[in-house]
Write a protein that binds this ligand. Sequence first.
Ligand code: HEM
Ligand code: HEM
Length: 343
Amino acid sequence: MRRILLLTLVTTALSGLAASANELRDIALETFKPLPSTVPAVPGNPATPEKVDLGKALFFDPRLSASGVFSCYSCHNLTTGGDDNMETSVGHGWQKGPRNSPTVLNAVLNEAQFWDGRADDLAAQAKGPVQASVEMANTPENAVATLKSMPQYVEWFAAAFPGEEEALSFDNMAKAIEVFEATLITPAPFDAWLNGDDSALNEEQLAGLQLFMDKGCSSCHSGVNVGGHGYYPFGLIEKPGAEVLPPDDKGRFAVTETVDDEYVFRAAPLRNIALTAPYFHSGKVWDLSVAVDIMAESQLGEELKPEETAQIVAFLGSLTGTVPSVTLPVLPAETSTTPHPTT
Ligand code: HEM
Ligand code: HEM
């Protein structure tokens, strides 16, 4: 009899737990979305194996930069979280750029690209770094001339953009890079949990998720990329000091020239955040716990208890996903007509 009673008690307690786990999942699914199980389609830019392979070659090719030194991969290293783990990136002529490099992993799912959202999609985005003076410092003409000088690239562009008269163009370079980047999605334990696997998150991570929603983090960091859409003042409640928010980078103000947009930035996407220190557009914060505490104070006016910070950090760890394996491409060799690198 006592055994039956005990069993009933345990079963009731377990079903209570399951009910609350399910409740938490239902609430979470109103705010977040699991990653798609297949590579997302890019509107107006259908993927083919030829285009993805070409995009991969271009992503790794340092000859897209004027100096022949910097490729996309230099600042978006796929083996270290899709960024460069530096405060701000170093580019052409070893210049230190103004901002921290965000990850390219899952970037296809951001509604707008860059810390200030100034590019709408990855194809628009990819043309930026090739020309940016502190990144690759090239011109579209020189990039195209470089690619055209290598017959293998001419063939690859023709296969990736069949039937196009001008298959090898700057626009198509960006489109190919975009479809390659779209393959860089990283399913994480949080996705498994959202999809119904109770064991994918531990107690601490579940408590962190609950806090992340209850405290209001998820009012800005939501959706499939846990951020990556929506713009907010960095310092909505309390402006962080200049050591975190340098006064000269006014964020979206440079895009819209509206006073209301001073120090407004895109709510950062938080997938793989545990891999992408240092944090914020300034790259001034190296510790994720410190970044979480700064967010709580600056965006919500909250001081978190140390155990709350630890729980939120544990939840953020559940956003670290599996990076797809990428085989290094073998790039076409230069020819006598390939423009020489410049410094
Ligand atoms: C931003 C891709 C080259 C440094 C981005 C973003 C993407 C990207 C997708 C936006 C991510 C987001 O907003 O979440 C590429 C591609 C490149 C390339 C395809 C090659 C064509 C480089 C290089 C550097 C660099 C060579 C460093 C010298 C940065 C920085 C940002 C950024 C600092 C943030 C800029 C800002 O928000 O103003 N890149 N990148 N990228 N990338 Fe790259
Ligand atoms: C950036 C977490 C609340 C808007 C970040 C970053 C983290 C984070 C870790 C750094 C991302 C990176 O470096 O890649 C959190 C947590 C929150 C919270 C744990 C709750 C305690 C909010 C809220 C808002 C917001 C409520 C909007 C009102 C932003 C913005 C950025 C950001 C705009 C980019 C800041 C920059 O320009 O560097 N968040 N966040 N966050 N978050 Fe939050």
